[in-house]
Design a protein around this ligand. Structure first.
Ligand SMILES: C[S@@+](CC[C@H](N)C(=O)[O-])C[C@H]1O[C@@H](n2cnc3c(N)ncnc32)[C@H](O)[C@@H]1O
Length: 421
């Protein structure tokens, strides 16, 4: 990586990491760029991934055969910019230079130039009338089987949009909504239009709020930690839910396997002035007794595709099978850490029922004394209640309010109450 890397060159590198090497955007570094250029590179890459189908549709008539992946990614990046109002001369010139930067790309400069000039001239109409994006088959097929075609189409439409900025207030949510001219959603989240710069918002430095999707804020509310209770947040980093639990006045132990992510959690807690006992370790090794446990298990994260359009190109069905096994082991271990009368919220930011509804149904079958507590949650309609008593959110819900991430959550307790200590 060179210190002189331009935002477009960095965006191309990000695209290659995702589409060529199957790595998540969050794993890539943009260290040589200024904060402004870093944000621009990130935005260009995310926009391109979000509109990959549309870009390929616009390009298709101009390509006699598929070019090598690097050249194709240069074309995609430039097409998304051109069709989103980018200045043609600069976009096309940079694209030609990018493809020519590699020895093998020299011979492709003419083709890239010719194709992009046509896109600049006549691509907009095709862009505006492109069919809706489709998820890759490994994900689309199970989603179709679970939710049906109209719901999957509606979710796919949501995945093409830039999501709103959702905030959880440390204190009074209505006051925060008023101060930031945001919307107070029925579940207590404050919603701002997409594009706001978080660190520039009034109250950020003072720790008055943290960024958290409206759906992601529900599991901690379902657990309803009480002041003085001993609460375990078992997969805690980067800590959105830990902050909610700590804000309730509970004594929180926050555990995560990742040292790097725990550093972010520590920074987040410090900014908002909340405390928790931090443990870096494997959830499966942790011992103790708790009044309440939140298990936000590692999962496919398919519910967060609006914010992470790289995911469908990085994950696959085999990875999900491994995660489902890990989730079951974590859930069983966590149930063993509940004190007498304790409760546990199991949740995942997945759209796949095998990581949600089916996971809890299987746990109910494994543990005869396990029950789901179908408690009401402010702002959550009965329609989101699942058969076994959990709550399901999907990106196509709240269509008029800007949608939400896909999540599953259920509050569990042991029928006998006390477990032997
Ligand atoms: C869904 S994320 C947690 C998000 C977090 N609860 C929040 O609200 O910000 C899942 C977390 O599980 C952690 N993890 C994965 N395997 C683990 C294990 N065996 N033990 C503990 N944590 C684990 C990952 O490092 C990741 O931070």
């Amino acid at each position: 990586m060179s210190a002189k890397e331009t935002p477009r060159a960095a965006a191309l590198r990000l695209l290659e990491a995702v589409l060529g090497e199957g790595r998540m955007l969050s794993e890539e570094t943009l260290d040589g760029l200024s904060p402004g250029d870093r944000a621009r590179a990130q935005r260009l890459a995310v926009d391109t991934l979000r509109h990959l189908d549309k870009a390929d549709y616009v390009l298709e008539p101009y390509l006699k055969k598929a070019p090598p992946l690097r050249a194709m990614n240069v074309l995609r990046l430039a097409t998304v910019e051109l069709c989103s109002g980018g200045e043609a001369h600069g976009v096309v010139n940079d694209a030609v230079n990018l493809v020519g930067a590699s020895k093998r790309g020299q011979v492709l400069k003419g083709m890239v130039n010719a194709v992009l000039r046509r896109v600049a001239g006549e691509g907009q109409e095709r862009w505006d009338t492109a069919p809706g994006a489709r998820l890759p088959a490994w994900l689309r097929q199970p989603l179709l089987a679970s939710w049906g075609t109209p719901a999957v189409r509606a979710m796919e439409a949501r995945f093409e949009e830039v999501p709103s900025l959702d905030l959880t207030a440390k204190g009074d949510a209505a006051a925060l909504a008023q101060a930031l001219a945001g919307d107070l959603l029925p579940t207590g989240t404050v919603r701002l239009a997409a594009g706001a710069q978080v660190s520039a918002l009034a109250g950020f430095a003072e720790g008055a709020f943290w960024v958290q999707d409206a759906a992601a804020a529900l599991p901690a509310r379902l657990l309803a930690a009480q002041p003085g209770e001993r609460v375990l947040d078992l997969c805690a980093a980067p800590g959105g839910k830990t902050m909610q639990l700590a804000a309730s006045g509970a004594q929180v132990v926050a555990l995560d396997l990742s040292q790097r992510r725990m550093t972010r959690l520590r920074d987040n807690l410090a900014r908002v002035g909340l405390t928790a006992e931090l443990v870096v370790g494997d959830a499966l090794d942790h011992q103790g007794r708790y009044d309440a446990i939140l298990l936000d298990a590692p999962c496919s994260a398919t519910g967060t595709l609006r914010r992470h359009p790289d995911l469908p190109y990085v994950r696959d069905a085999a990875a999900v099978t491994e995660l489902v096994e890990l989730q079951a082991r974590m859930l069983d271990h966590a149930l063993g850490l509940l004190g007498p009368g304790g409760r546990l919220v199991y949740c995942t930011c997945s759209l796949l029922p095998q990581e949600g509804e089916a996971q809890v149904q299987a746990a109910l079958a494994r543990h005869a004394d396990l029950r789901v507590e179908a408690v009401e949650l402010a702002g959550v309609p009965e329609a989101w209640r699942t058969e076994e008593g959990g709550i399901r959110t999907r990106p196509d819900y709240w269509p008029d309010q800007g949608g939400m991430d896909g999540f599953y959550m259920a509050r569990l307790t042991r029928a006998g109450g006390a477990l032997p200590l």
